[in-house]
Design a protein around this ligand. Sequence first.
Ligand SMILES: [Zn+2]
Length: 148
Amino acid sequence: MTETDPSCWFCSDTVRTDPPPGGWLYADDLWRVGHTPAAYSVAGTTILELRRHAADEQAMTPEERASLGTITARLLAAVTEATGCDRVYRWATMDAYAHFHLWLIPWWQTSATRGPRYLMDSVNGPGATPEEALATAGRLRSALEVQG
Ligand SMILES: [Zn+2]
């Protein structure tokens, strides 16, 4: 059932050369979840990917739309538990590909910036170290397993 675009970085294994640290953290028939590669953003940044190659809620099936809230809630709890953050920011631009990817980015009250500026800083900064990304991915995996 998975439709892929062979040129899409996210859904084509042959294009993507740097898989998520620690592998995919969660997968079902509709969704899969991974920590971003270390250099992409702060530790704990997590991507929810719609397995089917569709851009947004308009193009989702009723089942995909209905499950989006449930899986997002699980991820919000997991990112919070894994990072100790105060908020989980989200963004989804579908800029490079018409394929739904929701980024979840932890934010702390101690962060230097907030709001849209923080989103920019998080992806334009040095990112996480590979060790931080791997360790955080492990805590995310544990948090998701506990929620079952
Ligand atoms: Zn894709």
